[in-house]
Write a protein that binds this ligand. Structure first.
Ligand SMILES: CC(C)(COP(=O)(O)OP(=O)(O)OC[C@H]1O[C@@H](n2cnc3c(N)ncnc32)[C@H](O)[C@@H]1OP(=O)(O)O)[C@@H](O)C(=O)NCCC(=O)NCCS
Length: 204
């Protein structure tokens, strides 16, 4: 009996928000991430080339059990989305309540600080402007509809595409931390966009 009940419980905590956007070439849709996306999440998280960019550590593969733990855990405090480009499922991203005490300590108490994390798992789609487009969609959603005060996001210095996505969406580099070596990244970059900066940017 217990077994049957547990099988009916969702791994990923979902929601009912869908965001539409894109760029001149492609339509991009962000749909609620659900357990139906788990097979794709298993595939992307078993691809060493994808993990090279998403993980600071030299992990080559996550097991399905670990993938369930990651997305099941994060989705408790995040809105997780599946990314579609021209109707094809290509990746995932999330808007998460800031989980790092060290970062929260940088802001006044009560400030709504969130982070965006992202991965396009279908490698063919890298470098086609989709990351820039969907981060722009999430940023607008965060400030216009969620009342977020600050977006504070991360990448390591070797991830040029990620760095450019933050820059192109108006984020400023506010902190650079040395990463203990040996490690593939030399520095951890902290990117910030505040609510005031977002609305100011829209009037320019
Ligand atoms: C990071 C990621 C989401 C970016 O999305 P994307 O759609 O590939 O990125 P975009 O095409 O929107 O933008 C990439 C930018 O990097 C630039 N770029 C790529 N390689 C570059 C290089 N070697 N040197 C300089 N710029 C480079 C591109 O020219 C583009 O900038 P531009 O528009 O100013 O020309 C995606 O590549 C991805 O998921 N990668 C694997 C996982 C990952 O890295 N996740 C993020 C972890 S922090």
């Amino acid at each position: 009996m217990t077994d049957i009940v547990e099988k009916n419980v969702s791994v990923i905590k979902s929601h009912d928000i869908t965001l539409y956007g894109g760029n001149r070439q492609y339509e991009v849709v962000l749909r609620p991430l659900t357990d139906e996306h788990l097979p794709a999440l298993y595939q992307w998280n078993a691809d060493p080339e994808v993990l090279y960019w998403t993980e600071g550590d030299d992990v080559k593969e996550y097991s399905p059990e670990t993938v369930r733990q990651i997305y099941g855990g994060v989705s408790q405090n995040a809105l997780c989305f599946a990314v579609e480009a021209d109707s094809e499922l290509i990746g995932e991203c999330w808007l998460q309540k800031m989980n790092l005490p060290k970062v929260l300590a940088m802001y006044p108490a009560g400030c709504d600080v969130r982070r965006i994390d992202m991965a396009i798992g279908e490698k063919y789609w890298w470098g086609k402007g989709i990351g820039t487009a969907f981060v722009g969609m999430l940023v607008r959603f965060a400030f216009e509809e969620q009342g977020v005060d600050v977006l504070h996001c991360f990448c390591e210095d070797y991830n040029i595409r990620s760095k450019r996505v933050w820059e192109k969406n108006g984020f400023r580099l506010v902190l650079t931390e040395d990463i203990p070596q040996p490690h593939k990244g030399k520095q951890q970059y902290h990117w910030r966009l505040t609510r005031d900066e977002f609305f100011q940017r829209r009037t320019e």
